[in-house]
Design a binder for this molecule. Structure first.
Ligand SMILES: C[S@@+](CC[C@H](N)C(=O)[O-])C[C@H]1O[C@@H](n2cnc3c(N)ncnc32)[C@H](O)[C@@H]1O
Length: 376
């Protein structure tokens, strides 16, 4: 580690600044970090500090498990060219618009198109039949007032027929994904939870989809971005396969892959994935390609990731992994041993989190430490 980076890293480990004011505040960071709730989202303050320590000014960062885009977004907000990749269409649509400056009028035009569609389309009865009883803990229609449910169905059909292409269109979709369920007035559903679609409770109250969507989208599109903001890119793809050609000469790869015993992510995200077009078969087959599932057998799934990380980093670049240690698996140690095949140095740091507030649903009752694995 260069002396400069070593000093910054030691300070991070000693001070744990993300546990100190202002970084420890629940809402620290750009409001668009909360564009859409996402299971396993990293604390923006951790992403901020990792970027500050390991990426030089105006450098390049890549996150192969980008999720809601927290790490690339912190990069972009701090003048760094940031790339991210994720296999989940949900992650892709949430993270992509964060890496762009979005034009509010273009968002409103797209919502207008959706609004006209909802007002005019006669939804095929087979489409209603095929979807109304879809669900895992409860059926989808039990989450909504009947009229709101019809609007949700029509909106789903609209996005299937008009998949978002521009960043603004993706921002509208991400905003709608967010309001699909929750426990606050913004949510279209009956009372549930913003991350996990827990079985709904309370009255069936009509919520106007377009009205709620407009409020959320305009808020997101008009969020203040700093002058140093650099537009980046999120790719939809499997990071255990060959990475795209634009991922080269990277200063740092910073990522937080799925924790070993993370809860079944696709069930946690079922309403949002259903909205994006997944059916029962997708939940069974698509989920098998995710590292969450593959690493349950063993960690060989990381071989291609380490190999490519080594190839695509600059000679003095860093591969930084934020991991979770549990009673069942010392993930950091397993990956440290593996990483030594490709990297000269592999250091592991533990941060006890048993006394901390939960960092996300995946932590509950399982993860005892967060780990930072630094490969160089
Ligand atoms: C712990 S989450 C990352 C959270 C992210 N740091 C954030 O702040 O939102 C792990 C991510 O890995 C993704 N993932 C799992 N298997 C993958 C694969 N084979 N290729 C790309 N992404 C994958 C999941 O979809 C999930 O978004």
């Amino acid at each position: 580690m260069s002396k400069y980076i070593d000093t910054k890293w030691r300070r991070f480990i000693k001070d744990m600044p993300h546990h100190q004011i202002p970084f420890s505040k629940r809402n620290w960071g750009n409001p668009n970090h909360s564009l859409c709730s996402y299971q396993g989202k990293l604390k923006p303050a951790i992403a901020y500090h990792l970027v500050k320590v390991f990426v030089p000014k105006a450098g390049v960062v890549f996150d192969p498990f980008a999720g809601a885009g927290t790490i690339p977004f912190e990069g972009a907000l701090n003048g760094i060219t940031a790339y991210g990749m994720d296999l989940s269409p949900l992650a892709y649509y949430i993270a992509s618009p964060k890496l762009h400056k979005n034009n509010v009028e273009s968002c409103v035009d797209y919502i207008e198109k959706l609004s006209n569609f909802i007002a005019s389309v006669e939804i095929p009865s087979e489409y209603i039949k095929a979807n109304k009883d879809f669900g895992f803990n409860k059926t989808i229609k039990e989450y909504y007032h009947q009229d709101t449910f019809m609007e949700v169905l029509k909106a789903r059909l609209f996005f299937q027929q008009n998949p978002p292409k521009t960043s603004e269109e993706k921002l509208v979709l991400a905003s709608l994904l967010h309001i699909l369920h929750g426990n606050r007035p913004y949510a279209l559903s009956r009372k549930s939870h913003p991350i996990v679609p827990y079985a709904p409770s309370g009255d069936y109250i009509y919520k106007n989809l377009v009205e709620k969507l407009k409020i959320k989208t305009i808020k997101a599109a008009t969020v203040q971005l700093p002058d140093c903001f650099v537009e980046g890119d999120i790719m939809l793809g499997d990071s255990t396969k060959v990475w795209p050609d634009n991922i080269h000469d990277i200063d740092a790869i910073i990522t937080s892959p799925p924790f070993y015993d993370s809860t079944r992510f696709y069930l946690i995200n079922w309403i949002r994935l259903w909205f994006l077009g997944w059916n029962y078969e997708d939940f069974e087959t698509e989920s098998l390609s995710f590292v969450d599932e593959k690493q349950k057998t063993d960690f060989t799934v990381y071989d291609t990731i380490f190999e490519q990380a080594k190839e695509r980093l600059k000679t003095n670049g860093y591969f930084v992994l934020h991991l979770g240690k549990s009673d069942k698996c010392n993930m950091g140690e397993v990956l440290r041993q593996k990483g030594k095949h490709w990297f000269k140095k592999a250091k592991l740091y533990d941060e006890n989190v048993t006394d901390c507030e939960s960092f996300g649903i995946r932590d509950i009752g399982r993860v005892t430490s967060h780990q930072y694995l630094i490969l160089e």
